[in-house]
Design a protein around this ligand. Structure first.
Ligand SMILES: [Zn+2]
Length: 323
């Protein structure tokens, strides 16, 4: 799929940051060894230099023994070094450069093809780009205030809902199957707020979450479909580990939006990927607004979560604001 230049730039910057971090750890370790075990340091430098010399000779046309000899000489020298480190009480791999991805050494490509780690980064930054276009602000579970629910009974019910959602986040496995959830309840019961908490918490765990209101997501798909803007958001929304469609029913309703919505929900179900849909509509309003193909999926394959209370939106302010 095609990603924007900005997504590539962010992915390349992240790779550079990883390389730098791996290399700076190596230099710190090398400095410790230089000060505390100079004989090991000298040996390590000797191995490095002779390795580079051999490579230079090889590249210069001196192919006696060839690359295999260089590799085997280097390997046995490395093993000696490991033994020396161990004898001095350091971990054997203390002077190795520990890359985040050993396969591509954090360069993003291995054997001439794009490495899996780069693909993951591209997907992640592409989902982030999509979320930045959303009007929903990031929220956190730490900022949830149960005391805003005036009624004890409602408060208890919402405590259960929040507990369930927190454990949903905790157990979310981007490589496994996760439940699709259907949030319903009247306006302002905290559906958007808690959806945003889920998106923030999962993003921080490295899970790719695509998140927006139904209006924003479907408008974007429509603009791209009719060539008004560039992008492949449909692919991104289908590929995300979790897609959150907030406030279903607020979108501009058209044949296109209905087909796109069905395509999103259905494609993700076929790929066993979880989706969270929230709405203020009740069952009858849903049935009046959407075709059977959509409502039967929402009601059949999603776990329903009811939100209780009256309008708590204004009260759901961050604790830090002190309101
Ligand atoms: Zn890699």
């Amino acid at each position: 799929m095609r990603y924007s230049e900005d997504v590539y730039d962010r992915a390349r910057a992240e790779l550079a940051r990883r390389r730098q971090s791996a290399e700076s750890t190596y230099y710190q370790h090398a400095e410790t060894i230089r000060q505390n075990a100079p004989e090991i340091y000298k040996e390590e430098q000797r191995i490095r230099n002779s390795f580079f010399k051999l490579v230079a000779q090889y590249l210069g046309g001196d192919t006696e023994g060839g690359i295999e000899r260089i590799q085997s000489d280097n390997l046995s020298a490395q093993q000696r070094l490991r033994l020396m480190l161990k004898e001095k009480g350091y971990p054997e791999d203390y002077l190795d450069t520990h890359y985040y991805c050993e396969r591509c050494k954090d360069t993003g490509s291995a054997g001439g093809v794009t490495c899996e780690c780069m693909k993951v980064l591209l997907k992640r930054f592409s989902a982030m780009e999509l979320n930045e276009k959303s009007s929903i602000r990031p929220e956190r579970f730490e900022d949830v205030r149960l005391d805003i629910y005036p009624d004890n009974e409602v408060c208890e019910k919402m405590r259960k809902v929040i507990g369930f959602l927190e454990s949903y986040v905790e157990r979310f496995d981007p490589y496994g199957e996760n439940k699709s959830l259907f949030f319903y309840g009247s306006t302002g019961t905290g559906k958007t707020f808690l959806s945003s908490c889920i998106a923030t918490a999962l993003n921080e765990k490295g899970v790719m979450v695509s998140f927006g209101t139904a209006f924003e997501l479907l408008k974007r798909l429509e603009d791209e479909n009719f060539g008004r803007v560039n992008g492949d958001s449909m692919r991104e929304m289908i590929d995300a580990d979790l897609l959150i469609i907030d406030d279903l029913g607020c979108e501009y309703h058209s044949k296109f939006s209905e087909a796109a919505l069905y395509n999103l929900i259905n494609s993700r179900m076929n790929l066993h990927k979880a989706t969270i849909v929230s709405t203020n509509l009740n069952t009858q309003e849903l049935k009046n607004t959407y075709n059977d193909r959509i409502t039967s999926r929402l009601m059949g394959a999603f776990t329903p979560i009811r939100f209780f209370g009256s309008d708590v939106r204004l009260m759901l302010k961050r604790k830090s604001i002190g309101q």
